[in-house]
Design a binder for this molecule. Structure first.
Ligand code: CTP
Length: 397
């Protein structure tokens, strides 16, 4: 959901600063990069070393650090982020923001930016309830600043009431919601992924080596760009992404049903490695060895999900994207496949064993469109997904 997102995290001075450490972990787990800024007061509660170890990057602390200014000026620091999160946001920091003050790195960054800002306030219940704080909050809301929390509960100071900072996962959800307004906001997209399993009998099945990695990365990138994603997955090795509707299926026939149930959609991305055949009359009881007699399996062709959707008479998605796994003559085979199935684009990849692509983390694809082919350099599956999501956003306008 947050893949590729850049978060500037300002950690203010409050006991809740320890939760900011977990927040960094949670954001990074979801693919975001976190650039931490620690205020002087924040540094009294958590150490720069813990913060930078968890963020995997340098922590910025001083407005007048000439080394930092030489590397990345404070103006640049605040503008290169997709979102600025202040957690904990103290009463003091909020007062400075509301008053437009800039006397340290955090407040200067906040004044120098037009990037969206999300505050997770944390303070004593009386400070929260004070007229001055409430006035500042109203001002900040009027300025378009977002808020998450605070929660009510027991406070570290022994009092009870609103003022506890939201939990890290609540802040993550607020971050996701805030960033959801991407180029694909309002678009609904179905993605198929993973292998299918075609039963032979109750304990055996036919499958293939698809890990589901590329389809999962695509669903994640599309959701990250704001799309509403229905993720129809066969039994894959990788976990489905967060922030998408997951529909788990086993067979090709179930996958087709799930895709049809997801319609109408603006786009369909068919990344699943669907089994071409299923075993007819898959037994309901286990096939037993019978004195050297070999079982004979009879096959039927599975429905072609990509072709079915591509050739819909009414309600066809605006954009249908298929995949082609080829071992030779990649472009020629994939171009023919595009025409045969009737989809708009084919993402073709060379899966000859020497490439290490099947089951690997990298991919080298050629995007086949009506007006020609475009060869992409070898890159990670996450980057392929990101680029494809950008192209889909352009195509859906
Ligand atoms: N596809 C599908 N339903 C099927 C088979 C394939 O939706 N029953 C989709 C896949 O998800 C993929 C594309 O069609 O988008 C791949 O087409 P396919 O003809 O299966 O190509 P390959 O797997 O590359 O195999 P072949 O070269 O044998 O045609």
């Amino acid at each position: 959901m947050l893949a590729g997102k850049r978060i500037l995290l300002i950690i203010g001075g409050g006991i809740a600063a320890y939760k900011a450490l977990d927040l960094i972990r949670r954001l990074r787990e979801r693919g975001a990069s976190v650039t931490p800024v620690l205020t002087r007061a924040g540094g009294e509660f958590v150490t720069p070393l813990s913060v930078s170890a968890l963020a995997g990057t340098k922590v910025f602390q001083d407005l007048f650090d000439l080394t930092d200014e030489a590397e990345m000026g404070h103006i640049e620091l605040s503008r290169s982020a997709d979102l600025i999160v202040v957690a904990p946001a103290t009463a003091d920091l909020m007062a400075k923001m509301a008053g437009g003050q800039a006397d340290d790195l955090a407040s200067t960054l906040l004044l120098a930016t037009d990037t969206a800002v999300l505050l997770a306030p944390a303070m004593n219940v009386r400070m929260w309830g004070h007229a001055a704080t409430q006035r500042n909050i109203a001002t900040l809301k009027g300025d378009g600043i977002g808020f998450v929390g605070p929660n009510a509960g027991d406070m570290a100071c022994g009092e009870h009431g609103p003022g506890r900072m939201s939990e890290p996962l609540e802040i993550v959800a607020a971050v996701e919601a805030r960033l959801a307004a991407g180029p694909l906001a309002g678009k609904r997209i179905v993605v198929t992924s993973g292998p299918t399993h075609e039963p032979i009998d109750p304990v055996r099945y036919i499958a293939n080596r698809s890990s589901g990695a590329q389809g999962t990365a695509i669903a994640m990138a599309l959701a990250g760009a704001g799309a509403e994603v229905v993720f129809v997955t066969g039994p894959a090795d990788v976990q489905p992404p967060e922030g998408v509707e997951v529909v788990r299926v086993e067979t090709a026939q179930e996958m087709l049903q799930a895709v049809e149930a997801a319609l109408p959609v603006d786009a369909g991305v068919f990344a699943a490695a669907v089994a071409d055949w299923r075993v007819t009359r898959a037994g309901t009881s286990k096939i037993k060895k019978e004195g050297g007699k070999l079982p004979v399996l009879e096959f039927a062709e599975n429905p072609d999900i990509l072709a079915t959707v591509s050739q819909m008479e009414a309600g066809r998605p605006t954009l249908v994207v298929g995949f082609a796994a080829e071992t030779d003559d990649v472009v020629a085979h994939a171009t023919a496949k595009r025409a045969r199935k009737g989809c708009d684009w084919i993402v073709a990849n060379d899966v000859s064993p020497a490439t290490g692509i099947m089951g690997g983390v990298e991919n080298a694809v050629t995007l086949i469109m009506a007006d020609g082919a475009e060869e992409w350099p070898r890159m990670s599956k996450a980057e392929v997904a990101q680029q494809l999501a950008e192209r889909i956003a352009e195509a859906l306008g």
